[in-house]
Ligand binder design. Structure first.
Ligand code: 26Q
Length: 833
């Protein structure tokens, strides 16, 4: 075979690295624009973005290819991050940073624009995720590449990502996010690796010619999975890892019966059905949805990814799986891909013909599960009836797994029937269902939570029985965020100051950022002045965005007080609103001595079916409306609901924030990661003792953090005698706030529209116990306001927050995953001559 066209034997030095000097980039830009896109300067500026992306994509190709060749060498242990969500955001700016060609590119683009920034803004966000869990997956991919670890991401290429949020008359409307409309220069379709995925049908048990039991899954409705690869560049290290996203299409085998019956269009229309599987991301981020299409998505991802891994394995190793567990590890991002446990068993037993025990050994040595929630209502359960119809073979496998498991439980706790019922993977009842979290725990060698408190609560509460059975399985991996996107890319001014002051090692190893501590004392007045100037510039950038999006003017001398995250009762945006109403009422009463001007920004999406969350948005908007238009208020207080909060808006919001709101009911927020982005950018946190806030507090010290509220154990204790009415009666500030809220003052046109919200605050059964924390929240806000008036001191707190954020880099998180779970060796990728 001609060596030049045999891509599998292609030698790294065969592919030349393309030049990255400004002159070459400019020439390639012109050439690509004209000869590839067939357009000219002066075209729609989107094409300039597309052209530049293609030019930069060519610059990652060599490293991408070389990294791939290194990873597929025999004997390289690899990890696979399986996630229904990868909330990537924009890519072009991130690649420029990682490749170290920001300046060269800006210079090359001089003849087109002197504001490269404007071109980068034309890239649509890849919003393939809901929130924290999806963004975490994206930060993990960045850190894996930057740490040179052979990790491949597997996900779904949703045609429509997270919906676009429009605010009309204070209410959320959802618009479809057709992010692929203009194509996606960052993906590479790989039809050569298509997989066929089965659904439905039934099982057929017989005996093979060796007298062995054999199960066939037959008469299924099949769908094709087409992989689209997205490059993930490491920071300054020649590594480019792969995120492989699957799209569903119809098999070319049309229904012949329909064909012959003359129903050609009906037969072709099946294509549509297949493509529905990857059409849209489910926008519920914390409740089970029980929809068949969702389970189809989950199985589609698990099956396509495992088949892809076996395709590669069989090519190199043949049908010998004795080393499979030594060389492969799957990290499941929550229970969403957990059907992979049953699918791996099916492949090993039914297709590869291993014994059940051998297969189970391999499965439980390769699977690892990360839990992201403590809310019991968010644990996924699927009706057994649905499994019977969609995945009949997997249901049999799950039953067998459960029988073996319950046998173990019975051996350990003889006669403890209630424990068996509690721990069973199958939940009995009028609607039998499969508890996916239990399947994940039983099928995995590692189960981790995402912050210290969360991991402790998993062991003592949610999964207590399982922890008793297998204490060694359970561990903590405190979340992080990537400092490349969240400081170096999002905050170029601060990046320049930090690097000029302590060198630039912090970008690749954030533990170096602690050197900034030395600049937080009185001696470093000059540095602090620079720090302040940069914060003011970032606040202006945010203020401009707020004016453009909300039509409200923020003055940068006010404190920028920000809460951005999904809208949820447990995250307690309502508590924030109560504080706003408290401030408003103080203004109306002339109680403004020692005042700190504030601009409050709240943003986030509500799940479309979550009525309460949508009401919260309406309340915030209505309160904002009254506050912003009251002449008595003026600059003392401004409030906005920021529409369509997403990754690219956070890149502007975090650097411009003074005060970061992390105010969930203690014990409910698994970790939080927005809290870390704010901290890195020098915001000070006001927060409860919850999730990773605790570790942030630990890192910065109480003097640089506004802590308030009940602890997790106090919340649980109070539940038995929670009396919100007594709190209102005994706390005049709260009585005033509730009075104003109940008076209809914030929406005189629609009396009673907030009755449900008010009732949720006042019921003794309020699970989030919002009013219990009101007093201490207001006190903490007062302290924050006072602290902000001493700007010199505030700046020092700000610097200390950034300086002590080193632990919250996903490089640290991923090192922990690797040292304790994955155990991969970093793989060097050399630059070719
Ligand atoms: C489940 C079933 C059907 C449809 C949708 C879902 C679904 C989708 C997304 C359920 C949950 C999610 C996302 C959860 C999430 O983002 N959790 C957050 O994860 C972060 C990263 O670990 C933590 O920091 C947050 O505390 C946690 O809330």
């Amino acid at each position: 075979m001609n060596k030049k066209i045999n891509t599998d034997q292609c030698n790294p030095s065969d592919i030349r690295e393309l030049p990255v000097d400004p002159d070459s980039l400019e020439k390639d830009f012109d050439h690509t624009l004209i000869y590839h896109l067939g357009r000219f300067l002066g075209c729609n500026p989107y094409y300039l973005y597309e052209t530049l992306s293609l030019v930069i994509r060519k610059r990652v190709m060599t490293d991408w290819r070389n990294t791939w060749l290194q990873h597929k060498k025999k004997g390289v242990r690899r990890a696979y991050y399986m996630s229904l969500e990868f909330l990537i955001g924009r890519s072009l700016g991130n690649h420029l940073l990682n490749l170290g060609i920001q300046e060269e590119t800006a210079e090359a683009m001089q003849s087109v624009t002197n504001e490269l920034e404007r071109i980068l803004e034309l890239e649509p966000d890849a919003g393939l995720g809901n929130g924290g869990l999806g963004r975490l997956a994206a930060c993990f991919m960045d850190s894996c590449a930057s740490l040179k670890l052979p990790v491949t991401g597997y996900g779904i290429r949703y045609e429509y990502g997270m919906f676009r949020q429009i605010i009309e008359d204070g209410r959320q409307l959802e618009e479809p996010d057709h992010w692929l409309r203009n194509g996606n220069p960052w993906e590479l379709e790989r039809p050569e690796y298509i997989q066929q995925i089965q659904f439905g049908g039934h099982t057929f048990h017989d005996i093979d010619h060796n007298g062995q039991q054999r199960v066939r899954w037959i008469e299924t409705d099949d769908v094709l999975a087409v992989p689209y690869d997205v490059p993930v560049s490491g920071y300054n290290n020649n590594v480019v890892n792969t995120l492989r996203l699957w799209k569903a299409t119809a098999t070319d085998l049309f229904n012949l019966a329909e064909f012959n019956a003359g129903s050609y269009p009906e037969a072709v229309a099946q294509k549509n059905d297949a493509e529905h599987i990857t059409m849209v991301l489910y926008p519920n981020d914390a409740s089970e949805c029980g929809k068949e299409l969702r389970l189809r998505q989950q199985y589609f991802l698990a099956a396509a990814s495992l088949k892809d891994i076996f395709r590669q394995w069989d090519k190199v190793e043949g049908r010998n799986y004795s080393n499979f567990a030594a060389q492969n590890v799957f990290q499941m991002n929550d229970t969403h891909p957990t059907i992979a446990v049953a699918e791996l068993m099916r492949i090993l037993v039914d297709e590869k013909r291993l014994s059940w025990d051998k297969a189970w050994q391999i499965t439980t040595r390769t699977m690892a599960y990360t839990n992201h929630t403590l809310l019991p209502e968010a644990l996924e359960r699927w009706p057994v009836r649905l499994f019977e119809r969609l995945l009949p073979r997997h249901l049999e496998i799950i039953y067998r797994i459960n029988a073996d498991f319950l046998h173990q439980v019975a051996m350990r706790w003889p006669g403890d029937v209630s424990r068996m019922q509690r721990m069973s993977i199958i939940e009995e009842g009028d609607q039998k269902s499969v508890r996916m979290a239990y399947l994940a725990i039983v099928g995995s060698f590692s189960v981790n939570g995402v912050a210290a408190l969360h991991s402790a609560l998993i062991k003592s509460g949610l999964f207590h029985d399982f922890h008793q059975m297998w204490p060694g399985k359970f561990n903590n991996k405190t979340n992080g965020v990537t400092p490349r996107r969240w400081i170096a890319h999002a905050n170029p001014l601060l990046t320049e100051l930090i690097s000029r002051t302590i060198g630039s090692e912090w970008i690749a190893d954030l533990s170096h950022i602690k050197a900034l501590n030395g600049y937080a004392s009185k001696k470093s007045a000059k540095f602090q002045q620079h720090w302040h100037q940069i914060k003011q510039q970032n606040k202006q950038r945010l203020a401009d965005l707020v004016e453009q999006e909300c039509g409200v003017k923020f003055s940068i001398d006010a404190m920028f007080d920000v809460q951005v995250k999904r809208i949820h009762e447990y995250k307690r945006q309502l508590l924030n609103v109560l504080h706003i109403i408290h401030l408003y009422s103080r203004i109306k009463h002339g109680d403004t001595h020692n005042w700190t001007n504030r601009c409050v920004l709240i943003g986030g999406k509500a799940a479309p079916g979550y009525v309460m969350a949508k009401n919260i948005i309406k309340l915030i908007s209505d309160v904002a409306n009254v506050v912003n238009n009251d002449p008595d208020v003026g600059d003392l207080l401004k409030v906005v609901f920021f529409p369509n909060y997403c990754v690219s808006s956070m890149e502007i919001i975090a650097p411009g924030t003074d005060l970061s709101e992390q105010i969930s009911t203690a014990g409910k927020e698994a970790s939080g990661t927005g809290n870390m982005k704010f901290m890195m950018n020098g915001a000070v946190t006001i927060g409860t003792y919850d999730g990773a806030n605790i570790e942030i507090l630990d890192a910065v010290g109480e003097e640089n953090f506004f802590l308030f509220g009940l602890r997790e154990n106090e919340v649980e204790e109070l539940r038995y005698h929670y009396n919100p009415q007594a709190l209102i009666d005994n706390e005049p500030r709260l009585a005033v706030v509730m009075g104003l809220l109940e008076s209809g003052h914030f929406n005189t046109y629609e009396p009673g529209i907030f009755n449900d919200l008010i009732a949720s605050l006042k019921t003794p059964h309020d699970p989030w116990m919002t009013l219990a924390d009101f007093g201490s929240y207001i006190d903490a806000q007062e302290m924050a306001a006072a602290a902000f008036r001493d700007q010199g001191h505030w700046i020092q707190m700000s610097i200390r927050n950034t300086a002590r954020s080193g632990f919250f880099s996903t490089d640290r998180t991923i090192s922990d995953y690797n040292n304790e779970i994955w155990k991969l060796e970093p793989i060097e990728v050399q630059t070719p001559e």
